[in-house]
Design a protein around this ligand. Sequence first.
Ligand SMILES: Nc1nc2c(c(=O)[nH]1)N[C@H]1C(S)=C(S)[C@@H](COP(=O)(O)OP(=O)(O)OC[C@H]3O[C@@H](n4cnc5c(=O)[nH]c(N)nc54)[C@H](O)[C@@H]3O)O[C@H]1N2
Ligand SMILES: Nc1nc2c(c(=O)[nH]1)N[C@H]1C(S)=C(S)[C@@H](COP(=O)(O)OP(=O)(O)OC[C@H]3O[C@@H](n4cnc5c(=O)[nH]c(N)nc54)[C@H](O)[C@@H]3O)O[C@H]1N2
Ligand code: SF4
Ligand SMILES: [Mo]
Length: 735
Amino acid sequence: MFQPVVDYLKKEMTLRSWNGPFTKELVQRPGDFGLGQLPDRLKPDATTTMICGFCATGCGLNIHLKNGQAINLTATTDYPVNLGMACPKGWEALTPLNAPDRATKPLLRNASGEMEAVSWEVAIQTFVTRMKEIQKKHGNESIAFMSTGQIPFEEMAFLGVLSKFGMQLIDGDANTRQCMATSVTAYKQSFGFDAPPYTYQDFEESDALIFIGANPCIAHPIMWQRVCRNKNNPEIVVIDPRKTETAVSATEHFAIQPKSDLVLLYALANLLIQNGWIKEDYIEAHTTGFEGFKTHVAKFNLEMASKATGIAPDRILHLAKTIHEKKKVSFWWTMGVNQSHEATRTAQAIINLALMTGNIGRPGTGANSITGQCNAMGSRLFSNTTNLLGGHDFLNADHRHKIAKIMNIHVDRIPQRNTLAFDQILDQIDAGKIKALWLIATNSAHSWINQKRVVETFKKLDFVVVQDMYHNTESAQRSHLILPAAGWGEKEGCFINSERRIGVIKNVRKAPGEALADFHIFRLIAQGWGLGEMFKSWTHPEAAFQILKQASAGQPCDITGIEDYDHIDREGGIQWPLPHGTKLESNQRRLFADGKYFTPEQRAIFHYENPRPMEEPTDSTYPFLLLTGRGNSSQWHTGSRTEKSAVLRKLSPRESYIEINPMDALEFEIKDQDWISVQSRRGEVKARAFLTQTVQRGQLFMPMHDITTNQLTHQSFDPYSRQPSYKCCAVRLKS
Ligand SMILES: Nc1nc2c(c(=O)[nH]1)N[C@H]1C(S)=C(S)[C@@H](COP(=O)(O)OP(=O)(O)OC[C@H]3O[C@@H](n4cnc5c(=O)[nH]c(N)nc54)[C@H](O)[C@@H]3O)O[C@H]1N2
Ligand SMILES: Nc1nc2c(c(=O)[nH]1)N[C@H]1C(S)=C(S)[C@@H](COP(=O)(O)OP(=O)(O)OC[C@H]3O[C@@H](n4cnc5c(=O)[nH]c(N)nc54)[C@H](O)[C@@H]3O)O[C@H]1N2
Ligand code: SF4
Ligand SMILES: [Mo]
């Protein structure tokens, strides 16, 4: 028996027999153990509101309870995000909790290579002894973790503090690297802080909305519903190589050549400057670096942009005119921008357009990155991965001292360098330097770029721990130890949505078997590692929330004015910032109304650079460019959750498919629904041909939900954000 854990379990969990029934005593206990235990304020048969656990829209859902257990849900009508709407994933959110492949007990790989159920005591003992052995032999840099944007930020912070300040690891990245790293880097450099400026009301107030590399009809359906409520008869411009559902619904679609965005955006900037269509007073008062930018873009003329994008010059000019003539122009971008080899500069080229035309800080405007996962923004601010808690900087001594004081630890416990990005972690595994990897709420063996390489790299590890709701994800299958986690609906905590709104999730279902909330898995590990004292005040998520409030003090994301979870609930979510002592004037707040940015000079900075060619262009051997992304609104990423709902399965294709232009199909003698072979330099997969005009000639599209897609992708990265460039690689077809 592993004494520290046994003692802890005895003390903290005496009321629980692991497989025991859901008892009244448990309902009334403080804390959150993934035991279907309602907050005290809730009646067992009440209805309560919580935030959806899929995308970053952050819709409010009414959860209907019977005997303290969620039995059904409906979309919340008075929640300021969704106003009574929800997409299929939201409506089906409870179903994946019942799946038979939930991880219900810790599983440990035995000597014959099979996974065997073990007690939590054995699981934690194994975790601690193996990790400590590796650490002793190979040093602090021999263990890394990969966290997530899909668990409450109190849990992310616990993981970040436990691993980095407690266990003394240095390298822990998050799956937001795959998703938001570009926006983070772009905002930080341009605005001085990772600060998406908008509120969803802007969707309804703009008179022109420009979507770049974003397909909200599929990926953020309720945001799109908000666009549909816009009464200004707005111009809706979609810039996307594919004729997506969003492009079809727009007033203008620019089917540009993939990765030609930067040239287009610089040419637009040049046109606005040449025609005097810029807000000089705003530029003068609130920005820096414009003169250099002006010189830089001078060479990007219409002809050049037309050649690069495949769009006629007069249409580009018309777009510049639209930006000039409309009073409230908002720019929105997502993965078509973030997942590219020159992503950060592309995002900043969008930011530059908003700045130079004064389209920021006013209703209906903004340079607005849409986030992906339910708590991507929480991960960005509080996961202690890519920055120090509360948007602080690991490299800044003052910041380290501030956080050490709040955490009541010696400042030397805080790493003095930034984490390696996940691709660099993989390189270090290949180099034999990193020996153990801990994956929490992410399924990298499916979702990371160039999957075969990931899988090969995992084999080199001495110890892989996967902490997940399900025991059979592609990553779990490659692990030595699986820690069974409670999921959304089975625990408490907060998410931050795309418009910076903090919302609460609640514990409305008992987690199956011995699955525990991640929060309490971290508590067990802390105890087992000998760090019980360090975390004595981290008793339950709301206690952690109070600690994190302090970490935000004085930062642009200051939330010291939020009292507690009840306060968040009463207000219908609260957008950051809300410093102590400030009154919440409105539940639709945007940043930069005063033109003051978070840089030392309080000015936004123009960043720019010459476009570079993509790393793997097409050639005569691999003549097609493969695009990847979301396929439909019923599938979520690697499918671990959405595949568990019969309804969602019915709403999505069941077989691998690849979209191909009918003219290309004709040339290659491919018929609709034929199984064809798709080959890249990394591998070969089979998919059914889906003939459609939505893709241009020479381009193909595969949804990322399919396990095979990332067997084809080519690993290349934006140099500043180190976000993978998922959205283009060269392939060929064989019928
Ligand atoms: N149903 C569903 N919804 C989701 C998710 C899900 O898995 N399923 N995931 C969530 C997450 S984490 C995220 S990050 C978001 C992603 O949301 P989106 O980014 O909107 O979705 P994607 O399909 O990945 O990519 C958007 C578009 O980028 C285009 N694109 C590709 N290359 C280029 C290019 O070079 N230039 C331009 N301008 N466009 C290009 C693609 O054709 C695609 O239509 O969705 C969130 N919502
Ligand atoms: N080709 C291609 N690949 C892509 C993309 C693309 O556009 N094209 N998009 C990328 C993007 S934007 C993203 S965000 C990534 C997403 O990639 P992943 O994060 O790897 O995908 P998910 O399927 O969401 O994995 C989340 C895992 O967490 C588990 N989980 C859910 N809730 C909990 C919880 O509360 N606790 C614990 N411990 N586990 C939980 C789920 O069961 C699941 O296994 O994929 C990236 N991959
Ligand atoms: S739009 Fe996003 S947050 Fe809203 S119900 Fe659908 S998945 Fe959930
Ligand atoms: Mo994402």
